[in-house]
Design a protein around this ligand. Structure first.
Ligand code: BTN
Length: 245
């Protein structure tokens, strides 16, 4: 399929958005060796140094309702965690809803963005930033204590292409299964298995309040079930909250 490579670009998500609007087909992959304006969630910056990470976005055109976009994040998390495990043998975990963790530190973030009408999605861009051979001193000061790289955890450099190919292989398998069966249960099964969130106490931070709860399970659609302080089970939908350990 369609893979577009840039030695340097502002953001692969921005580029994917433009390409999607210009008619690029589903499955188009944008990958860059460096991003000069990499973006994270909540308007944060995503530092993307040259030659050391996987900065990649995939264009999707599924028939989905806008509220279902978060399913793509779960599918992507399942793909990245499995690929990192397969290629490197590391114990990659998934911090719901969109971080991949090794040794309690973040190794990858996922940024899912969509263009949608009232009831249907035009396209979804799923971007992933994976710190593969990034050295600790390359991380900005403020994230140094919470960020890691694959290299730091396995002790040697990893060939990025091998990880990219494994991610795309698994992603395609999970995505086609999702389109065929209209269910992400296969991805959710992987997210459950590798979750570092389930069974733990979490702080759910939404606009006006902080809630302490126990993360209990994921629903079939990839939403988080928590037991709140009153002992009731609540469903948490990603995008509205920040979940901390
Ligand atoms: C996060 O954890 O806040 C999400 C980080 C997402 C970073 C990736 S790198 C490739 C793609 N292009 C971007 O500008 N952001 C995503």
């Amino acid at each position: 399929s369609n893979l577009i490579y840039y030695p340097s670009i502002d953001s692969t998500n921005n580029e994917a958005k433009k390409e999607a609007a210009a008619g690029a087909p589903e499955g188009t992959v944008i990958i860059a060796d460096e991003q000069t304006g990499g973006r994270g969630r909540l308007g944060r910056q995503w530092v993307s140094p040259k030659g050391t990470g996987i900065w990649m976005s995939i264009i999707l055109k599924p028939e989905l309702e806008p509220a279902e976009a978060a399913k793509i994040t779960q599918l992507t998390a399942a793909s990245v965690a499995t690929a990192l495990r397969n290629v490197t043998g590391c114990e990659a975990g998934i911090k719901w809803p969109n971080d991949i963790i090794i040794n309690k530190k973040k190794v990858c973030g996922i940024l899912t963005e969509m263009s949608a009408e009232l009831n249907s999605v035009n396209h979804i861009i799923v971007g992933m930033g994976i710190n593969v051979n990034v050295d600790p001193e390359e991380f900005p000061e403020e994230v140094r204590s919470i960020a890691t790289s694959v290299k730091e955890s396995v002790g040697h450099e990893i060939y990025r292409k091998e990880i990219v190919l494994e991610i795309l292989r698994i992603f395609e398998d999970l995505y086609l299964d999702f389109i065929r069966r209209k269910s992400i249960d296969k991805s959710v099964g992987i997210c459950r298995k590798y979750s570092v969130t389930l069974g733990n106490q979490v702080r759910i931070i939404s606009k006006d309040k902080v809630v302490y709860a126990e993360a209990v399970d994921l629903t079939e659609d990839g939403e988080l079930l928590i037991r709140n302080e009153a002992g009731e089970i609540e469903k948490i939908i990603s995008g509205e909250v920040s979940v901390r350990g």
